[in-house]
Design a protein around this ligand. Structure first.
Ligand code: PMP
Length: 411
């Protein structure tokens, strides 16, 4: 029986494969410190859990409108209006089981299958952008990010990729996997291009509340941009609610179209979780602020330790909870082929990271090598893990093999 090409070529988050590898090693009794996973290490705040329990007990257990419960959409509209400084109406808002869904929905709403419609997306970037663009039959156009610009992109590079077939640009700030932020000047330049060439912007703002140095800026706040911007956000990262599966998106024109995609795929977002989201948005934000303060502290520790390793250079990211150190020198000193070989070497030394190729193919002409570490581990784990990494990089021979002392430590 046939298996479709569509299914065979469907991309994935290869990070999950690394996770399986880590779990296997752990089952075998190996001691591995993991910096792989992009989820808060905090538990969901008690008062949010209680709101969900109250909702269950109040019978909020059936289907809801596909776009979401109206009072929850109202709450999201108020939150988006306040934080993005625009008027978001409840009818513009759609709730789904995670922000992730809206990537595919937005591509489906703005491109036609096989019509040559192009979507530009950041590379490196969240792998689901590329996989959903391809799965929906649109043409993926990777936009290289520039390390010299704090992992934002060069506007000229963007301009060169715009054609008459460009339908949508995906931006992600703060950014996974680099922690980079797109500055306000660049957002203004992107907005001007979107207006001039008349394309949509998918603003993946899932990390907007985890911005350290300056207040988060949304492209939707720029005059005339909200109507062509799909704002996507959710509870996963802000309230340590990744497993609850709740996210939302807003756009005045596309909301009913996205809601129809919800009807087709999910029927509606989890009913009681919608109430947990409403409660989270309407309650004091102290616990979320505490989480961000703790991420910031850990960011400073990990950046310091990374820069103390020979051959590793790490910028201080402005947001999210990822660092994306440049390991080009370390790779070359160890006589390795690339960051992926370094990743495997580090895993053999008991420290799990992801490599840049988990976030997209290398941009042509760019030979630099990076790895991603998610620093939501405890401070003790960060110190221990980075100690292992330092030893693995500085004391290994250039055959790339673990030295005897470390080999013993892994056993
Ligand atoms: N966008 C980016 C950039 C992400 O990193 C993630 C989660 N890792 C998502 C979207 C999806 O988040 P959610 O849990 O709300 O589906």
């Amino acid at each position: 029986m046939k298996i479709s090409k569509r299914s065979e070529i469907l991309g994935t988050e290869t990070a999950f494969e690394v996770l399986a590898e880590v779990n296997k090693l752990r089952r075998e009794g190996k001691d591995v410190i993991s910096f792989c996973i992009g989820q808060p290490d905090f538990d969901t705040p008690r008062h949010i859990k209680d709101a969900a329990i109250t909702a269950i007990n109040a019978g909020k257990t059936g289907y809801t409108d596909s776009a979401g419960v109206m009072s929850v959409r109202e709450s999201v509209a108020k939150y988006l209006s306040q934080t993005r400084k625009i008027e978001v109406k409840p009818e513009h808002v759609v709730i789904a089981n995670g922000a992730k869904q809206f990537i595919g929905y937005a591509v489906a709403c703005t491109t036609d299958h096989g019509a040559g419609d192009e979507v530009i997306y950041p590379n490196p970037g969240y792998p689901i952008y590329e996989s959903q663009i391809i799965a929906k039959g649109a043409v993926p156009v990777p936009l290289p990010l520039s390390e010299g610009k704090g992992f934002s992109f060069d506007i000229g590079e963007l301009e060169r990729r715009i054609t008459k077939n460009t339908r949508m640009l995906i931006i992600n700030t703060p950014h996974n996997p680099t922690g980079g932020i797109i500055g306000e000047d660049d957002l203004a330049a992107v907005a001007a291009l979107a207006k001039k060439h008349d394309f949509w912007v998918y603003a993946d703002e899932i990390y907007n509340r985890i911005a350290y140095e300056r207040e988060f800026a949304s492209i939707a706040s720029i005059d005339g941009m909200y109507k062509r911007t799909i704002i996507s956000d959710g509870a996963s990262k802000t309230y340590a609610m990744t497993g609850w599966r709740i996210g939302f998106a807003a756009n005045p024109t596309l909301a009913p179209h996205m809601a129809r995609w919800v009807t087709n795929n999910e029927s509606c977002a989890n009913h009681m979780t919608q109430y947990a989201l409403k409660h989270a948005l309407e309650s004091p934000q102290d616990e979320s602020h505490k989480m961000v303060a703790s991420y910031r502290e850990r960011r400073d520790i990990i950046v310091g330790l990374l820069n103390g390793i020979d051959g590793v250079k790490c910028q201080t990211p402005g947001g999210a909870f990822y660092v994306f150190p440049n390991v080009t020198e370390a790779v070359s000193k160890l006589g390795m082929k690339d960051s992926e070989e370094l990743r495997r070497h580090l895993l053999a030394h008991g420290v799990a990271v992801l490599s840049d190729i988990h976030f997209g193919k290398r941009n042509p002409g760019d030979e630099s090598q990076h790895i991603r570490l998610s620093y939501v581990a405890s401070k003790e784990h960060i110190v221990d893990g980075l100690g292992r990494m330092k030893r693995a990089i500085e004391t290994s021979g250039n055959d790339g093999k673990a030295p005897a002392a470390n080999a013993q430590a892994q056993a």
